[in-house]
Ligand binder design. Sequence first.
Ligand SMILES: *Cc1c(COP(=O)(O)O)cnc(C)c1O
Length: 412
Amino acid sequence: MKNATQNTTFDVHKIREDFPILHRKVNGKPLVYFDNAATSQTPLQVIEKITNYYSTYNANIHRGVHQLSQEATDRYEEARQTIQQHFNAKHAHEIIFTSGTTHSINLVAHGFGSILKKGDVILVSALEHHSNIVPWQMLCEKTEAILKVIPMTELGELDMNQFDALLKLNPKLVFVNHISNALGTINPIKIIIEKSHNVGAAVLIDGAQACPHIKPDVQELDVDFYVTSAHKMCGPTGVGMLYAKEYWLEKLPPYQGGGEMISEVTFEKTTYAGLPHKFEAGTPNICGGIAFGAAVDYMNAIGFENIAAYENELLEYATAQLSAIEGLKIYGSSKQKTSVISFNIENIHAYDIGTIIDKLGIAIRTGQHCTQPIMDFYGISGTARASFAFYNTKQEIDRLVEALKKAILMLS
Ligand SMILES: *Cc1c(COP(=O)(O)O)cnc(C)c1O
């Protein structure tokens, strides 16, 4: 007899029981939530952690001698270790809690303000979210460093020949997302990191869109900085992380001054605390950090291989179903892609599609998805974007297809 536990079966209906929100109605119809690339839903296992924190041990950390403070500190530091293990960071103090991806990127960009010199080149990819563009533009204004763009192709992939050419400029820093939130493209970050290191450039990877689908190994990738947000991976909003190699965390100056991040303060001179506290000024999102750890545990219990395999099924199914709709065009057709579909329907504005299908209980995102350069590349003002998570189903995709057909009838 086969050992039944070896064949993990992926039971989406059982998983959906963990998400109370998936059972609500919107405009009288059962909710279909296809806006996962903007934020994911939260399972009971994480919600209960949050309730438990505020019901039983809410206290400030690292300061109090009292029992509650000790418990809160322990849980918070345990969460840091959970996250460390998940990303396979060498040290727990290489995980800095932040308010999210945007905060993490700004922290690094601010730090490089004291490292970059006038005329230094830094490379950004054409596929970036605004939060991985604007902080670097601000940095360039301050340092007079030069921002160059790795172009993209019609398929929605990075042009790796152009990337090779740009490396000849000896950039100091390269920043690329792991997965594009607008198109779903999985970028070849391992190669990008390797080639960048060969010319002495440090690399920051924006993992906000990857972490719901993939379990990155920062040591294997040998990446300098990896950033993400908890709310895209079943955790709460307002918390995220910066992973950085110890070398960089020692080298970069603190981002914000305040309590928690100091070792000694006099009016003559202040010395900074050791890692990770140097970068965690003020009272952090304690409950959020603990819930982030719980979200990581939750996703690992389901298993990232199971998640990826199932979401890939959803992606293939939806791509086939949507492509069959007349006049529908999908943007981003890389073979390396996660469960995000950006599309437009001929002669219909994406916003109108989004509004009509919302009336039918279906949540998608419309607009530029904080990636105006990608929209400009395709010469469009925006797209409709359906993004799937492991708790979505093929039946829900059928409802999307039906709703789109209704919208087309109404709008044309
Ligand atoms: C969501 C997202 C961000 C921004 O994350 P915040 O949580 O809003 O800071 C940045 N980059 C990518 C690729 C994203 O998907």
